[in-house]
Ligand binder design. Structure first.
Ligand code: KIV
Length: 277
């Protein structure tokens, strides 16, 4: 199968579920791609799960492009989405278009994602009109979580849910090819999913969405600081890595590593020549 396009993603709506994971480097992007995941997001969650920062607002364009380049070098099939970082699109619509273009031209991403904010419609429209495909992101939008009352489920009251429906439909009307719904009650996510003609990709939004996304470091158990309720750990790699590193340390201390099979040798005659010289 060739490279997945935004048109393919649109065409899967109501046919089969869509899969999406984050990646920030070559080895994991390569494995995720080989597993046949449809979409790989170079998420600004890199701030938390890779860079040890306490907020996604602390990464900028240069870090995001650095990671995006590593991911696109690895990916042969999945659609790669560059996540626009905080203040790369909120401050000025022209700047937003330039930064979106950098994800495509410099990092070879296929499209960009941006989080909902007051001027999301204006900015999304400009980016799409410039020829770049956009994935929307509504519900809990971590870059502006302080304005949403913190990291909590969104759309729990009818009025708030109505706003989410309006945001989703407005983004669809502008031409977004998909929308991430983050931390939304499952019933509201179901209503939005049914109303949209484009795929709704859920994270903490229940099973009725058209597809699911998770932060890879969460689902692999590589991020130990905090695990949100919506995360399922498919494997817990941290203790396994710790065990392997401890075993290496022990073998080095005991002189058991490297063993003969990890060692280069030389003819005894050559060593004798060297010694006699
Ligand atoms: O940055 C990220 O990982 C995201 C996902 C949570 C959708 O935006």
């Amino acid at each position: 199968m060739g490279k997945i396009t935004t048109q393919d993603i649109l065409s899967f709506k109501n046919k089969r579920k869509l899969t999406m994971l984050t990646a920030y480097d070559y080895p994991l992007a390569s494995l995720i791609d080989r597993a046949g995941i449809d979409m790989i997001l170079v998420g600004d969650s890199v701030a938390n799960v890779v860079l040890g920062l306490d907020s996604t607002t602390k990464v900028g364009m240069s870090e995001m492009l650095h990671h995006a380049k590593a991911v696109t070098r690895a990916v042969k099939q999945a659609l790669v989405i560059g996540d626009m970082p905080f203040e790369s699109y909120q401050l000025n619509p022209e700047e937003a278009v330039k930064n979106a273009r950098r994800f495509i031209d410099e990092a070879a991403c296929d499209c960009v994602k941006l989080e909902w904010f007051e001027k999301a419609l204006e900015v999304t429209e400009k980016i799409i009109k410039s020829g770049i495909a956009v994935m929307g992101h509504i519900g809990l939008t971590p870059q502006t979580a302080d304005k949403l009352g913190g990291f909590k489920v969104q759309g729990k009251e009818a009025a708030a849910a109505q706003k989410l429906i309006e945001q989703a439909l407005a983004l669809e009307k502008l031409g977004c090819f998909a929308i991430v719904l983050e931390c939304v009650p499952d019933k509201i996510a179901e209503i939005i999913t049914q109303k949209l003609k484009i795929p709704a990709i859920g994270i903490g939004a229940g099973v009725h969405c058209d597809g699911q996304v998770l932060v890879t470091h969460d689902m692999l158990g590589l991020f130990e600081r905090f695990t949100p309720k919506f995360v399922k750990k498919y494997i817990n790699l941290s203790p396994m890595i710790l065990e392997a590193v401890e075993a290496y340390k022990q073998e080095v201390l005991e002189g058991k590593f490297p063993a003969p099979e990890h060692t280069f040798s030389i003819n005894k005659a050559e060593v004798d020549k060297l010694n006699s010289a």
